[in-house]
Design a protein around this ligand. Structure first.
Ligand code: SF4
Length: 177
C-alpha cells in the first residue's frame, strides 16, 4: 500500500477528516443493534441492515478479516437541518466520495470491505429476504448495522458529529487488507 499516494489523493477530496486505525480497535456491541431494531424503519428490510447482515459476532469476524481501517468524514451545510428530505439528500455526495475512496484502495491492489451511511438504496426494491443481494460488490452496509460503537470512534478521533447549526456530518469506514 502506497500510503503517501493514498493520502495525497485523500487530501484532494472534500473530506473534513480522515483517520487510519487498526480494525481490531473497533468496539462491537449488540446494544447498537437494539437501537436499529427499535428506531430504524429499515430494520429487516435490506441486506445492508440487521438482521440481514448477520449476527454481531459474524459482522465482527468479517470486519477483523480486514486488519487496516480508514475512516472518512464529510460535512455539508443545508438551509434547515430540520428539513429531513434536504438533509438526507446530502448523503448521495458522501456516498460518491466513499465510492471514490473505495476505487483508490482497489487501484492499489487492496481488498476492501466498506461500511457507510444508512441503508442501501441501490435498488428501488431490495431483494431481501427472498433472494440474494443483487449487487454485493457495490452494496455498503450501514456502520451501525455491524454493531460498531460510533460514539467511541467519535471520542477517539474528535469527530464533529454534533457540529451544530445546519451542518450535516457523514462518515464511512473502509476496511482493507
Ligand atoms: S444492492 Fe439492492 S438487493 Fe443489495 S442490499 Fe442494496 S437494495 Fe438490497
Amino acid at each position: 500500500m502506497d500510503r503517501k499516494l493514498l493520502e495525497e489523493q485523500l487530501r484532494a477530496l472534500p473530506l473534513v477528516q480522515y483517520e487510519f486505525f487498526p480494525t481490531d480497535t473497533l468496539v462491537f456491541t449488540p446494544r447498537v443493534r437494539t437501537v436499529c431494531e427499535m428506531e430504524c424503519p429499515q430494520y429487516g428490510k435490506s441486506w445492508a441492515c440487521p438482521p440481514g447482515v448477520g449476527t454481531v459476532e459474524k459482522c465482527r469476524a468479517r470486519c477483523l478479516a480486514y486488519p487496516e481501517g480508514l475512516l472518512i468524514v464529510t460535512m455539508t451545510e443545508v438551509e434547515d437541518i430540520a428539513d429531513i428530505t434536504a438533509t438526507l439528500a446530502t448523503r448521495e455526495d458522501h456516498e460518491e466520495i466513499t465510492r471514490e475512496v473505495h476505487r483508490m484502495l482497489l487501484d492499489q491492489g487492496a481488498e476492501v470491505y466498506v461500511l457507510s451511511t444508512e441503508s442501501c438504496a441501490i435498488c428501488e426494491h431490495c431483494s431481501y429476504p427472498e433472494a440474494p443481494c443483487r449487487h454485493p460488490d457495490r452494496m455498503y452496509p450501514c456502520v451501525e448495522s455491524h454493531g460498531i460503537l460510533v460514539t467511541e470512534l467519535g471520542e477517539r478521533f474528535g469527530l464533529p458529529f454534533q457540529a451544530g447549526g445546519n451542518i450535516v456530518t457523514w462518515f464511512s469506514l473502509l476496511l482493507y487488507r
